[in-house]
Design a protein around this ligand. Structure first.
Ligand code: COA
Ligand code: ZN
Length: 323
């Protein structure tokens, strides 16, 4: 690697495989008020695997009082059939969550801490310092159970309560994870405040501070620039993205939170840009429609409505304009 690799970003070359983590069953379902039956959650996860997704954030082992929708975390994991090459992750906030997760077939425990004090307090009822300290036993429990640990940061690109978040606040948490032996860093744009400028600034700071970590970008499309931010990520060399089926998603503990970038829209963009995803788009659209029917309202995803670009429509289904 040339010496300047840390300073000058290398665009991801065309033809590269892009790693997509589907977070709908966690980030998507957690914001839904009506409890989704466990067997419906499992059917959606099975559909996502049928469509070719290899990484699925399937639930959270958080307090069922905080997020009642995910109280069935263990049941979902027990009911999903393991497929070769597919990994399941789940969010874990503390030792109690790690103990629950350790008893399941989950592969990855995702830690999470906000880069802003006020959102962290709303989300996990603790200061950043206290939250990071809680992760020490979590990492031990995870490793003793043979699970991988990933480090997540929320409100990376802005906080709904504090506004601008300095990249140094993100770097502080990233360094903590690195020192805990974690190599995977997830950058959460909790309320869709990321912009091309802030994405570049945060990546530059992290490239300098923790160049050995693999970054996953987790964008929400709250202000309509989620996929534009992905293009910036690709130009900056980032190959890992989170997205949500149908564009479901949002944090219940952040004002104005809405959906993640939509998985089928992301797959469409990546494949049409010459990248590989390993995902079958028409099958994924079917899963999006299934999810929409389970949730019972229209989801924001656009490709599920329009279909793939070269899908032919029957001419006699459309009237002819005649003056
Ligand atoms: N799983 C299940 N139950 C848990 C738990 C976990 N991971 N962590 C705590 N609890 C239970 C405790 O056992 C205790 O139960 P009891 O009252 O019956 O004894 C109760 O919850 C309170 O425990 P405490 O440690 O005081 O937690 P808290 O009320 O301060 O809440 C969190 C802290 C982190 C557990 C809670 O804020 C949370 O789950 N946040 C997650 C939010 C989230 O998922 N956000 C979206 C992701 S961005
Ligand atoms: Zn999110």
């Amino acid at each position: 690697m040339p010496d300047n690799a840390k300073i000058i970003p290398m665009p991801v070359p065309a033809g590269a495989q892009i790693d997509i983590c589907e977070v709908g069953p966690r980030d998507g379902f957690q914001i839904e008020k009506t409890i989704i039956p466990t067997d419906k959650k499992i059917a959606i996860v099975e559909g996502l695997m049928d469509a070719g997704l290899k990484k699925i954030q399937i639930t959270s082992f958080v307090s069922p009082r905080a997020v009642p929708q995910l109280a069935d975390a263990a049941e979902v994991l027990a009911g999903v059939e393991r497929r070769p090459g597919v990994v399941f992750s789940a969010l874990v906030p503390n030792a109690k969550g790690a103990e629950r997760a350790a008893e399941t077939q989950v592969d990855i425990m995702g830690l999470f801490c906000s880069a802003s004090e006020s959102h962290n307090r709303k989300n996990v009822n603790a200061s950043i310092e206290e939250t990071l300290n809680r992760f020490l036993p979590v990492a031990e429990i995870a490793r003793a159970a043979g699970k991988t640990v990933q480090g997540g940061v929320a409100t990376v690109f802005g906080c709904p309560f504090e506004g601008e978040v300095p990249p140094a606040s993100v770097v502080r948490i990233a360094r903590f994870y690195r020192d805990l032996g974690i190599t995977d860093l997830n950058l959460g744009d909790t309320t869709g405040m990321a912009t091309p400028t802030t994405v570049k600034a945060v990546l530059a700071a992290l490239r300098e501070a923790v160049p050995e970590m693999t970054v996953t970008l987790h964008f929400h499309n709250t202000r309509g620039v989620g996929l534009a931010n992905v293009m910036v990520g690709l130009a900056e060399g980032v190959t890992h993205y989170d997205s949500s089926i149908g564009g479901l998603g949002g944090c219940p503990f952040a004002a104005g939170a809405t959906g993640n970038i939509c998985t089928e829209d992301l797959v469409y963009l990546l494949e049409e840009s010459g990248y590989r995803t390993g995902v079958d788009l028409p099958r994924l659209i079917e899963v999006s429609k299934l999810t929409q029917s389970v949730i019972g309202r229209e989801l924001p995803g656009q490709v599920m409505k329009a279909g793939p670009r070269l899908q032919h429509h029957a001419m006699d289904a459309v009237s002819t304009a005649a003056g």
